[in-house]
Design a protein around this ligand. Structure first.
Ligand SMILES: Nc1ncnc2c1ncn2[C@@H]1O[C@H](COP(=O)(O)OP(=O)(O)OP(=O)(O)O)[C@@H](O)[C@H]1O
Length: 346
């Protein structure tokens, strides 16, 4: 008998959520079925109001679904009693955009609070707080008050507090949206380290597509409460299939470099070279050597490639001498098209 696959960290099974507001129904989520594997960093993106927070907050039952189920580690969390819910929330840490720190308490008190509420002895709390402060790089800051900390340090406190109960799932609701780009990178690198060191499953919402590209392995795109598409980041970002994804990724769209666009002619003049654009969507090996040897005389006019995980996404623009016969271009790329002509010496 084939062995059953291990349960996902989180499974949404036909999930729906309807809010009732001022006598009206607002459908926030419809028919969401999705698996998040143990130990993966998973991103949730979508326009404002698409349902990301509602979906994330069903994982620790901060929101109750109207229909369908949420399974954590294979267990239907709707069936949990009060004690079971407390235990679930201990296993699931949460990090917020605005840190949610208590300003009248020190870093140490903020981080230890969940354990204090749970009745853990003070001595054990002190040891655990030291442990997590070291994990997030805040040794020596335990006696500071939040007002004395930078945004990045405040978020490190938020992350330490989320880790204090030794969770195996970390939910991040726009954890870097209030931070400058440099601090964002340092927090992302911290999340990546924690993921590696602790084997955490991290589920994050963000409006910053660069965050998804930087750190996530898979992503779901929500649109009006439904799944528009989901999959490995390199695939969804390399070849976005749904209009909602295309519009979210518009700021990252790879336009033709301006200097090339300015030199292109739409009709060839005598002796012109033909200009070809190769687009890579992450599904191909990009081997410049092979391209050069298959297309003798080709000049590379420009390349705009970026790495997402182990995959290269972007474009290479080549100029080729025109021949009597149309050039046969081996299919190196996802798409290959003639985009114009340039002078042979340009
Ligand atoms: N407590 C609530 N009561 C009524 N309607 C709500 C409530 N929370 C969310 N909604 C509605 O549900 C829909 C989804 O909201 P949600 O906050 O989940 O989206 P989101 O994608 O997280 O948005 P944002 O990016 O702006 O945070 C929206 O139409 C929103 O107005």
């Amino acid at each position: 008998m084939p062995s059953a696959s291990p349960p996902s960290a989180v499974r949404f099974d036909g999930l729906g959520k309807i809010y009732h507001r001022g006598g009206q129904d607002v459908t926030a989520l419809s028919d969401i079925t999705l698996d998040i594997a143990k130990g993966e960093i998973f991103g949730m993106i979508g326009r404002s109001g698409a349902g990301k927070s509602s979906l994330l907050r069903t994982i620790n039952r901060l929101e109750q679904p109207t229909s369908g189920r949420v399974l954590v580690d294979g267990q239907d969390i709707a069936a949990l009693d009060e004690g079971g819910l407390v235990a679930l929330r201990r296993r699931i840490g949460m990090v917020f955009q605005h840190f949610n720190l208590l300003s009248a308490k020190t870093v140490r008190e903020n981080v230890g609070l969940p354990l204090k509420v749970a009745g853990v002895p003070a001595r054990e709390i002190a040891t655990r707080v030291d442990e997590v402060l070291a994990l997030v790089g805040l040794e020596g800051k335990g006696d500071s008050y939040p007002a004395r900390l930078s945004g990045g340090q405040k978020q490190r406190v938020g992350i330490a507090r989320a880790l204090i109960s030794r969770p195996d799932i970390l939910l991040c609701d726009e954890a870097t949206s209030a931070l400058d780009p440099e601090t964002t990178l340092s927090i992302l690198s911290l999340l990546g380290d924690l993921h590696r060191q602790l084997g955490l499953t991290i589920i994050l919402i963000t409006h910053e597509m660069s965050v998804i590209r930087e750190i996530c392995q898979r992503v779901v795109v929500l649109d009006q409460g439904r799944i528009a598409e989901e999959g490995p980041v390199w695939r969804v970002f390399g070849a976005p299939a749904h209009p909602a994804t295309q519009s979210l990724l518009q700021p990252l769209a790879r336009a033709l470099p301006q200097d090339i666009a300015a030199r292109l002619r739409s009709a060839p003049q005598r002796g012109d070279h033909v200009v070809i654009e190769l687009r890579f969507d992450g599904g191909q090996q990009v081997q410049m050597d092979a391209i050069a040897s298959a297309l003798p005389g080709a000049r590379i006019l420009g390349a705009n490639l970026e790495q997402i995980g182990a995959h290269l996404v972007g474009q290479v623009v080549l100029a080729l001498p025109q021949q009597e016969q149309p050039v046969q271009i081996p299919s190196f790329a996802a798409t290959t098209k003639v985009i114009g002509y340039v002078a042979a010496n340009d």
